[in-house]
Design a protein around this ligand. Structure first.
Ligand SMILES: [Zn+2]
Length: 193
C-alpha cells in the first residue's frame, strides 16, 4: 500500500508538470490547444489549480490502466504530495522563526495572502482539488470524503511530530540551518518552475 501511495504521488507530480505543458502554461499557446478550444488559465494562481486538476486526471488514468485503481484511491497520490509539502512548509517555518508558535504564525500570515501572480497556498490547492474530484462524478463522494478524512487524521500526527522535531533542531543548531529557498512562492520544496 505504501509503495502504491508513493507511486501515485510521483505520478501526480509528473501529471501536474505534463498538464502545464499540455495547457501551454509556459510560453505561447500551442496550435493543438487553440484547436481543441481549451481555456488556459490567465494567471499563475489559476494555472497551478488547472495543472493540479489535469495532473490528477492523468495520474488516475495511468493508475487505472496499469493497476485498476479507482479514482478515489488514486487521488491519495495528490494527498501524499500535499502532505509531504505541508510537513516541509511547517518545519522550515519553525526553523526560520525559532519556535513553533512563531513559525505557525508566520505560516498563517503567508497563507492568508492571495496573489494571482504567485502559487496558491498549499491548503487552497488541496481543498480545491478535493472539491473538483468530489464533484467530478468519477468517485463516490462518501468514499472519497472518508478516505481523505482518515488520512487527514494521520497527517495531524505527522505534523505534530514534524513540529516537535523542528523545535529540537532549532535547539541544537539555531536558525542558521534554514534553507534559503522559501517554500510557499515556489513550485514545491526547493524547486522553482
Ligand atoms: Zn505547477
Amino acid at each position: 500500500m505504501a509503495r502504491f501511495l508513493w507511486d501515485a504521488a510521483d505520478l501526480f507530480v509528473l501529471g501536474h508538470e505534463c498538464a502545464h505543458f499540455e495547457m501551454s502554461h509556459r510560453g505561447p499557446p500551442r496550435p493543438a490547444l487553440t484547436r481543441l478550444g481549451a481555456a488556459r488559465a490567465a494567471n499563475c494562481y489559476g494555472q497551478e489549480l488547472q495543472a493540479d486538476e489535469l495532473g490528477l486526471s492523468i495520474s488516475s488514468w495511468s493508475l487505472h490502466s496499469s493497476r485498476e485503481a479507482d479514482t478515489a484511491v488514486s487521488s491519495l497520490g495528490a494527498w501524499m504530495f500535499f502532505a509531504a509539502w505541508e510537513a516541509y512548509e511547517l518545519s522550515t517555518a519553525i526553523l526560520a522563526a525559532g519556535s513553533r508558535a512563531r513559525g505557525e504564525r508566520d505560516l498563517a500570515q503567508r497563507r492568508a495572502v492571495k496573489d494571482l501572480d504567485a502559487y496558491p497556498p498549499l491548503r487552497e490547492r488541496k481543498a480545491q482539488l478535493f472539491r473538483t474530484v468530489k464533484a467530478s462524478g468519477a468517485v463516490d463522494p462518501a468514499v472519497l470524503t472518508r478516505l481523505w478524512w482518515c488520512f487527514d487524521i494521520a497527517l495531524q500526527y505527522l505534523l505534530t511530530y514534524t513540529a516537535a522535531h523542528a523545535e529540537v533542531m532549532v535547539g541544537k543548531v539555531g536558525t542558521a540551518a534554514v534553507p534559503s529557498l522559501p517554500p510557499t512562492p515556489t513550485h514545491g520544496p526547493g524547486v522553482r518552475a
